[in-house]
Ligand binder design. Structure first.
Ligand SMILES: Cc1cc2nc3c(=O)[nH]c(=O)nc-3n(C[C@H](O)[C@H](O)[C@H](O)COP(=O)(O)O)c2cc1C
Length: 351
């Protein structure tokens, strides 16, 4: 099968409950059934971020492949980078189903999965078994268990465990479905976690760059302290953003479900937070723009607002395996239209 044929089959999945469809899609990917991208990469898309070379700036956001079971097949769809997780120290089932809802009329999703995952040991074993070199950059996204967590102990231990196998590591302190998690974005809590990771890093032979993923619901005056805490503790970048607990006007029947909203309605608010952080960080942090990207124009808008890289989840879940190639080709055309010879030249132009 090719990505185009796999995408053409996507509407069949819509008849299934959203989580069942997602599980099937992952199985098909892991089995190599989604095919691989054979498009030619425009050289203008090759880019560098936190010391890594990427063939393009388009990534798969965390949560799609929580257990790192389809990393290489996902990379072969044409993503420049793939982030797997969130992985927690111990396995946990997450919230009761249903916990994933399509808001089709809004091109959106609400989820309250709650970090369902198989735990760190299995995750690391799968990373260890990946064929090297990988066809794209790999990011590991780490988080804490719902019960019995100690963030200052758990994040450093998670970092140390994935460090030998990841090109970068994302500290997730922004999912809305683990009680208290988002409080870790507060200046003092974040500083304490980052300090603890710094101590652990000092003793490791391999220290992939560290990123922090933030929520789109932070007040403006919380952004400066987060940037400051990151800058003074060796954080390479921020991923902006996770899902929102806000409920802009929505049309779908599932609009009032509890959880994090992603997709089209998240595009504008997450891009605004990205722009604000870019103005504060002024090039000292590398920013990854995520939230509501489904078209090349939206990927380009994130870059112009300050993102060096972009990620997507919901847009990919709706459009299927053709999306990375479609966004890459469209983005290259937009860069050329505006006279940019590289992604880096366009970063922050609208900030
Ligand atoms: C079903 C689902 C599960 C997710 N799980 C995670 C997760 O485990 N860790 C994480 O950092 N983000 C998770 N996210 C958030 C996405 O990575 C992304 O930040 C968010 O969905 C916004 O991007 P989008 O509008 O392109 O989907 C999840 C999103 C969805 C829809």
């Amino acid at each position: 099968m090719t990505p185009a044929i796999a995408s053409a089959l996507m509407p069949l999945m819509r008849g299934l409950d959203a989580e069942t469809a997602h599980g099937l899609a992952l199985k098909a990917l892991a089995a190599g059934l989604a095919g691989r991208d054979t498009g030619r990469e425009d050289p203008a898309l090759a880019t560098e971020a936190f010391g890594l070379r990427l063939r393009n700036p388009i990534g798969l956001a965390a949560g799609f492949d929580k257990d790192a079971v389809a990393v290489v097949p996902l990379m072969r769809l044409g993503f420049g980078f793939v982030e797997a997780g969130t992985v927690t120290p111990r396995p946990q089932p997450g919230n009761p189903r249903p916990r994933l809802f399509r808001l089709t009329e809004d091109a959106a999703v609400i989820n309250r999965m709650g970090f369902n995952n198989g735990g760190l040991d299995g995750y690391v074993a799968r990373l260890r078994a990946l064929p090297r070199p990988l066809p794209a950059v790999f990011g590991a996204n780490i988080g804490i268990n719902k019960e019995g967590a100690d963030p200052e102990r758990d994040y450093p231990a998670l970092y140390a465990a994935v460090a030998p196998f990841a090109d970068y590591v994302t500290v997730n302190v922004s999912s809305p479905n683990t009680p208290g998690l988002r409080d870790l974005q507060g200046e003092e809590r974040l500083a304490a976690i980052l300090d603890a990771i710094a101590v652990t890093r000092a003793g490791l032979p391999r220290t992939p760059p560290l990123l922090v993923k933030i929520a789109p619901d932070l007040a403006d005056d919380a952004l400066g302290p987060i940037v400051q805490a990151c800058l003074t503790r060796g954080v390479a970048g921020l991923i902006i953003s996770n899902t929102t607990i806000a409920r802009p006007p929505l049309r779908s029947a599932h609009a009032t479900e509890a959880g994090g909203l992603s997709g089209a309605p998240l595009f504008a608010p997450s891009t605004e937070v990205l722009r604000k952080v870019y103005r504060i960080a002024r090039g000292r942090l590398t920013l990854v723009g995520v939230g509501g990207i489904a078209t090349p124009e939206q990927a380009y808008a994130k870059i112009r607002a300050g993102a060096s890289l972009v990620q997507m989840y919901t847009g990919f879940a709706y459009a299927g395996p053709v999306l990375p190639r479609r966004i890459a080709d469209g983005l290259a055309a937009l860069l050329r239209r505006d006279g940019f010879t590289s992604v880096a030249d366009a970063v922050g132009k609208d900030a």
